[in-house]
Design a protein around this ligand. Structure first.
Ligand SMILES: Cc1cc2nc3c(=O)[nH]c(=O)nc-3n(C[C@H](O)[C@H](O)[C@H](O)COP(=O)(O)OP(=O)(O)OC[C@H]3O[C@@H](n4cnc5c(N)ncnc54)[C@H](O)[C@@H]3O)c2cc1C
Length: 358
């Protein structure tokens, strides 16, 4: 592979989006430099477990990563089953033939997704400049700065536990208004969090309800707990390539507005940005083809979940439990005639939240 020294590319932000772009560019002979404002990768996260969703595409996500040129050199454990709780019904069991998600660790630990991607980028020759916050740049640059604004908030704890590996999700507005809460345990380490879409000022109350729920239900013992928090940003812009800047990941608004599964978007958009540079193709064309229909569908999904409340939670819980949850999720994460009909209504509802440039 030719090292094209003249093809130096700057990237702002060493999250999954920026690091993926760097890996793909470096594999094609480019020389990326990533500027990261923190002293190490993954600092925005807290060693918590997250899920790499495995339902929205035809391909298994691990196979997709390999096709995009990403090695799985980080903790990445398939989860096929779990519990699901919704108001006024007893806990249901989910079971799937295909992994519903792959559990990954975020943060700076050796086996985290962030560190794995960093190792790959550096091995391929990318330079990472830490402790460097970029405010402006005259040259062509990939912007992978992550979220700027909180459209939803997540608060939770990581902890040690003797409970065996498991996953659970709760839909309940007393714990996670218009969102959901989750519990993930792997090898003696756990994460529980509530993802809140409304009533941010009462976050403390919802967090307390979350911990009480899992304690009362005797789901898990909790030792050495550590609090963490974060937020997610969703919007749909008309262009993500302007003023010599190419926006990827959450800084382009690429999020799953329904439930915040933004990792897939971050990785795919990092790849698309790199490919647009390598092949000279139009980045706006690429993301509008690959990402925009899913973003719009997630906007409609958010509209629906907010409209149907507890009835919607019970419906989803039963659908998850009755058959193949991945098929149900895939159908609902991808565009359909019904979702296209509802799109103008959902756009109209969220226009005032400055989520849309339409
Ligand atoms: C608590 C929580 C749980 C989540 N759980 C899941 C989940 O289970 N599944 C899922 O798919 N998604 C989940 N997400 C969302 C997912 O983490 C994000 O969508 C994803 O990290 C976005 O990647 P990114 O590269 O766009 O941005 P980030 O991961 O935010 O990375 C951006 C990087 O840019 C750096 N940076 C920012 N500004 C500058 C600057 N000016 N100069 C230099 N550096 C800068 C930051 O320090 C950071 O390292 C969760 C998010 C949170 C907060």
């Amino acid at each position: 592979m030719n090292l094209k020294l003249e093809n130096h590319i700057n990237i702002v932000g060493a999250g999954p989006a920026g690091l993926t772009a760097a890996i793909v560019l470096a594999k094609h002979g480019y020389k990326p430099t990533i500027y990261e404002m923190s002293p190490y990768v993954g600092r925005r996260m807290s060693g918590d477990f997250q899920g790499l969703e495995n339902w929205s595409g035809d391909k298994d996500i691990v196979m997709l990563l390999r096709e995009l040129g990403i090695d799985v050199n980080f903790l990445c454990i398939p989860y096929y089953e779990g519990d699901i709780c919704a108001p006024k019904i007893s806990t249901l069991k989910i079971k799937s033939e295909r992994p519903v998600f792959y559990l990954v660790k975020r943060g700076g630990a050796n086996d985290s997704l962030d560190n794995g991607l960093k190792e790959q980028a550096v091995y391929l020759g990318a330079e990472i400049v830490f402790n460097r916050r970029i405010e402006s740049c005259e040259e062509k640059i990939i912007i992978a700065e992550g979220p700027k604004r909180a459209d939803f908030i997540a608060v939770g704890i990581t902890f040690d536990t003797g409970t065996e590996n498991m996953a659970a999700v709760i839909f309940n507005d007393e714990i996670a208004p218009k969102g959901y809460a989750y519990l993930l345990i792997n090898n003696g380490f756990g994460t529980m969090a509530t993802v809140i879409y409304k009533d941010f000022k009462n976050t403390k109350k919802y967090f307390k309800n979350l911990v009480n729920f899992f304690r009362n239900e005797k789901y898990t013992d909790i030792k050495n707990e550590k609090r963490f928090g974060g937020f997610g940003n969703f919007f749909i812009r008309d262009t993500n390539a302007f003023d010599k800047k190419i926006y990827v990941g959450e800084s382009a608004g690429f999020q799953d507005y329904l439930w915040g599964f933004g990792l897939r978007y971050a990785i795919v958009s990092g790849y698309l940005a790199a490919m647009s540079i390598i092949t000279g193709s139009d980045y706006d064309y690429l993301w509008k083809k690959e990402v925009k229909p899913m973003l719009e569908t997630s906007l409609v999904n958010r509209y629906l979940i907010e409209k149907f409340g507890d009835f919607g939670y019970r419906y989803i819980a039963r659908k998850f439990a009755e058959g193949n949850p991945c098929n149900f999720l895939k159908r609902n994460y991808n565009p359909s005639f019904f979702k296209r009909i509802l799109l103008p209504i959902a756009k109209n509802k969220y226009k005032k939240n400055e989520l849309l440039e339409i």
